[in-house]
Design a protein around this ligand. Structure first.
Ligand code: GLU
Length: 428
């Protein structure tokens, strides 16, 4: 018999957890169905002229999952693997993420099928402007507010803001977050997700009574999230023994000098490939190292029922969105591994996005100390609430986070539904 190949689908993983939480809450079927599906999903096709004169077509998406709690919020991903099911899952996770942390936003996500590494800056600008044009009636500071995600950053957000402003004939900074400071960005936004991951990791270590200075960590992914998580944890004395990016994974049991690695990475065309003072390991082996903390900060579905049984970490902090497939949940739980779910662990990004949106809307500019303090307060509160609900319902922190989020969104949603239906179904 051929070996079994299970194709994981992040949207299905989201639904699996959603259903467990919905059953515990005894959520009404109609509202359950409503919250499983996105409010809106848009596919756009557009073309740009490449630097060599050829014309290339692109397909992009924007999925608005839910707007019960506020304008929809979520990043835009540039990657060759982008597909509608992935964007749908990522959009729903944004809804739950904002709800768990108490940010007054709904959830959305966008994506364009492209390889940003294969395009010049001029081409990326054209792609971003064309995508913005195609979605100009969807985006808006009080409607749908994009942000960076994998493959995008402050440059793309600046172009989006500029294009949207041109189309509307006035500067509209609050239409997008994650911009450069000179385009109305916020201090602390670039490092916010990684800072949040490190705050949550320290709280999880405290829960297991492990002192940071005695803790070891392995971090998968050295993009914006992985890099800053590594840096902040290193600063707190955590020994980072393994890191990886798409090109390479390596291990040093004595701990990697993270500031030195970041310097190397910046001088080496944004890759860690070839970094000395460590041993190369297989990518998949990084996940199986005997460490206190494992931080998957790359992509979805890297931990599945196939490798979950071999994981030796005591804590998993989900820096990425959806790195653990739902078929691994029970295995990790049985192994007594503390999994801090993505919708709490990486919520630092959207939290500081919210601060950026507020600063833009209020025409204010906040100090970094103020931003970091508020971020810490919000994440600490989120962490405490999730663990309290987990104990109350005797569920994992992930299911607890879904319970909190679903309850909040369902209550608000049902008020809206009743308000809409009342005039239609009058009872005499
Ligand atoms: N893309 C990030 C996330 O997945 C940030 C979203 C935002 O700031 O709106 O949380």
């Amino acid at each position: 018999m051929s070996s079994e190949i299970i194709k994981h689908n992040p949207f299905q993983s989201m639904i699996d957890r959603f259903n467990i939480a919905a059953d515990i809450l005894k959520l009404d079927d109609s509202i359950k169905q409503k919250l499983q599906r996105p409010e809106k999903q848009i596919t756009v096709n557009f073309s740009i002229t490449l630097d060599n004169g050829n014309v290339q077509n692109f397909e992009g998406y924007r999925v608005i999952h839910n707007t019960a709690l506020g304008p929809s919020k979520g990043g835009i991903r540039y990657d060759t693997a982008v597909n509608l099911d992935e964007v749908k899952a990522l959009a729903a996770w944004m809804t739950w993420k904002s709800a768990v942390t108490g940010i007054p936003f709904g959830g959305a996500k966008g994506g364009i099928i492209c390889d940003p590494r294969n395009h010049s800056k001029t081409e990326l600008e054209k792609i971003t402007r064309a995508y913005t044009k195609a979605l100009s009636d969807i985006f808006g500071p009080e409607k749908d507010v994009p942000a960076p995600d994998m493959g995008t950053g402050p440059d793309e957000m600046g172009w989006l803001m500029d294009e949207f402003s041109i189309l509307h004939g006035r500067p509209i900074h609050a239409v997008v977050t994650g911009k450069h400071l000179h385009s109305g960005g916020s201090l602390g936004r670039v490092e916010a997700t990684g800072r949040g991951v490190s705050i949550i990791t320290l709280l999880a270590l405290e829960k297991l009574k492990i002192r940071p200075a005695r803790a070891t960590a392995a971090i998968q992914g050295f993009g914006n999230v992985g890099l800053h998580s590594a840096l902040f944890l290193h600063e707190k004395g955590v020994k980072i023994v393994a890191v990886s990016d798409v090109s390479e994974a390596f291990y040093n049991p004595n701990g990697i000098n993270i500031p030195e690695l970041i310097l190397y990475y910046n001088l080496n065309n944004k890759t860690i490939k070839g970094y000395p003072n460590s041993v190369a390991i297989k990518h998949e082996d990084l996940l199986l190292l005997d460490v206190d903390v494992l931080i998957p900060a790359a992509k979805e579905d890297v931990i599945t029922q196939k490798n979950a049984g071999d994981i030796k970490a005591r804590i998993i902090v989900e820096g990425a969105n959806g790195p653990v497939a739902s078929d691994a949940d029970q295995i990790l739980h049985d192994k007594n591994i503390l999994v801090v779910p993505d919708i709490l662990a990486n919520a630092g990004g959207v939290t500081v996005s919210y601060f950026e949106w507020l600063q833009n809307s209020l025409l204010e500019s906040w100090r970094i100390s103020q931003i970091n303090k508020r971020l810490e307060d919000i994440l600490e509160k989120g962490f405490e609430t999730v663990f309290r609900v987990a104990v109350k319902h005797n569920v994992t922190p992930r299911i607890a986070a879904y319970i909190i989020a679903l309850k909040k969104v369902a209550e608000t949603q049902s008020v809206k539904e009743v308000a809409l239906e009342a005039p239609l179904f009058k009872q005499n």
